[in-house]
Design a protein around this ligand. Sequence first.
Ligand code: FVH
Length: 293
Amino acid sequence: MDNTETPVTIIGLGLMGRALARAFLKAGHPTTVWNRTAAKAAELVAEGARVAATVDDALAAGTVTIICLTDYAAVHELLGASERGLAGRTLINLTSGDSAQARAAADWAAHHGAHYLDGAIMAIPPAIGTADAVVLYSGTREVFEAHGSPLEALGTATYLGTDPGLASLYDVAGLAMMWSVLNAWLQGTALVRAAGVDAATFAPFAQRMAAGVAEWLPEQATAVDSGSFATEVAALETHARSMTHLIEESRAAGISTELPELIKSFAARAIAAGHGGEQYAVLIEEFATPSAG
Ligand code: FVH
């Protein structure tokens, strides 16, 4: 069968599910859709999709079924009623969740005789169907290898390994990156705005800072993996003094000091433990320690 002839099913037509369906249609795949609220399928039908009357019909229509619902509870609620129809089916679950939920879903699918791959979409709906849309997959390698070509219609398909929890793990780790960068930018923006500089004026500088720091990551990762944090660039104590400047500047500007205080508290603990002369990445030990309480 030609790649574009692989029939696919999409269950879940929220903003993301509709984008996935459109990408498959654009790539030429016969595409069947099902959604709890049937009206959301209307535009896709006009674009060439077929609507399944029931979830069981939807599962039977595609060589592969993509699931994209709000959360894993919705997946179990919906497909729990179709468990008998899962045997031999191939399910690729792109619903967001954590790694424990993904592993539990893989066990559940295996119990019902389905082939299962978990996934995480690292993109917004308008990017789906372009190379910029990175979609992470983990779980049964054979499922990824058998369906990797149709999955390329959605974006850049990246297989992480046989542990079905890996895609969700990377997803939440990626979100940690995203929110940290945004929070840092918001702190800086609140500071400069207090001095009359608008966000748009500060943004190009902030963008260069974020890109510059990103360049450091491979070297910092080497230090983390080796556990060797010697530095000839900047010691943690030097960073900590600058953190104090950020706290004082924030206080003087009348803005929140919570984020800089939190950052400083990590550094203070590491310095108290004797790591003040080492490089910033030594803080990994603070991040890797469970929080009290
Ligand atoms: N939208 C985005 O930018 C992000 C990008 C990163 C990945 N996420 C995840 O993708 C999943 C779906 O997101 P969505 O934006 O399409 O979300 P919604 O618009 O909320 O659509 C959710 C669909 O789930 C259906 N649904 C919910 N609960 C049930 C249920 N119990 N039984 C059957 N279907 C259910 C819902 O149906 P309806 O409300 O239209 O009837 C929608 O089809 C999500 O995991 C994101 O985190 C998107």
